[in-house]
Design a protein around this ligand. Structure first.
Ligand code: GLY
Length: 359
């Protein structure tokens, strides 16, 4: 079992990773000096597949569990759903000394983390991610939150888990669409790190074929990169680099996700965002065409084909710029290198989106 540490002083925590490691959760849990009673927040899909097994492992080491199920999907990241969970916790007189486990993908992790950080001013919180996106990205770093009608992730907290426990075996039941979503975030790490990029160039098809040994390696590499970035800039206050660089692909991706009314999933939107932001970097002559071509070829090998005809150019531009003259983009400058810039002209972005969508 791998162990990667997010180094945050007295709030440091480990990310455990391996294949078929669920049985070892009991030891990890006991060693973390956590309460003997937990509430598991999960969605109905994950519950059907894995909840009984997780509960059994915890019961065997004397931990009392209760569970709270939410429907799947981004719409559950709402204050209304958080309020429903507070009500359930209050009705069972759940004390502040007990713990909350997020068991699922990014939506469950963000929602449960938000509830854990706010219910009675904070519960001990554990992340057990079951999707590729959650194992490489959203379960790490303590960003929690829900969406507001006017903006994604608008209401949230920074609240670190006590540990993250990723069993890659959970990914073997992943729907193909969820794998693609995870790849959006994985390839983002390829933009950030040359070693990761080269690894993906060699092994992307193994990931697509669900080779769990290769996927474990991918998750491990992403965990190490993210742990370093979060350790250095937990609250994303570094204005020129640090954690903010993880928003690569998100300036356009997030706008697309919101505009699609969340029909486009987060990772899919990030994949399109990565593609468009690569085109912007190339058009702005920030990256050589040789490097841009190499990155573009990797994106193409995912087999994900966005539907550009559905893009509403005006609305997308409005969402990307949100009243700013020049929004911040994180753009690739070479394989494994990116910069944050506020220097991209609206006309250039408009041109790129237009040529991408064939309009
Ligand atoms: N998902 C970006 C971050 O955790 O900072």
């Amino acid at each position: 079992m791998h162990k990667t540490t997010v180094d945050l002083g007295d709030r440091s925590y480990p990310i455990y990773l391996g294949i078929d490691i669920l049985e070892r959760l009991a030891d990890v849990y006991r060693a973390s000096a956590l309460p003997s009673s937990v509430a598991i927040v999960t969605d109905s899909n994950v519950a059907k597949l894995h909840l009984r097994k997780l509960s059994a492992v915890l019961h065997r080491c004397g931990i009392h569990t209760s569970s709270m199920l939410v429907p799947p999907g981004e719409r559950q990241k709402s204050l209304a759903r958080a309020n429903g969970l507070y009500t359930r916790l209050l009705m069972q007189q759940f004390p502040r000394s007990d713990a909350l486990i997020a068991f699922g993908g990014g939506v469950v992790g963000d929602l449960a983390g938000f509830v854990a950080s706010t219910y009675r001013r904070g519960l001990p919180f554990i992340q057990i991610p079951t999707t590729l996106l959650a194992q490489v990205e959203s379960s790490i770093g303590g960003k929690t939150g829900v969406n507001h009608l006017l903006a994604k992730n608008a209401v949230g907290t920074f609240y670190q888990p006590r540990f993250v426990f990723s069993d890659v075996r959970f990914l073997s039941t992943l729907a193909p669409r969820e794998l693609i979503c995870g790849l959006g975030e994985v390839i983002k790490y390829g933009y950030l790190d040359e070693g990761m990029f080269k690894f993906l160039e060699r092994h992307l098809e193994d990931v697509l074929r669900m080779n769990l040994d290769v996927i474990e390696d991918v998750v491990f590499r992403c965990n190490a990169l993210k742990a370093g970035m979060v350790s250095g800039d937990e609250r994303e206050t570094n204005a020129t680099g640090g954690r903010m660089l993880l928003n690569l692909g998100h300036t356009i991706g997030q706008a697309l996700e919101v505009l699609s009314n969340y029909r486009l999933r987060h990772g899919e939107a990030v994949l399109i965002g990565l593609q468009l932001e690569l085109m912007i970097a190339r058009e702005a002559r920030l990256i050589t065409s040789a490097d841009a071509t190499r990155i573009g070829a990797l994106l193409q090998r995912t087999g994900f084909e966005p539907r550009p005809q559905n893009l509403h150019l005006q609305a997308l531009i409005k969402n990307v710029f949100r009243g700013k003259n020049k929004p911040r983009f994180i753009l690739p400058t070479a394989i494994g290198h990116v910069i944050a810039t506020n220097e991209i002209e609206q006309s250039l972005v408009r041109h790129v989106i237009r040529s991408f969508s064939g309009k």
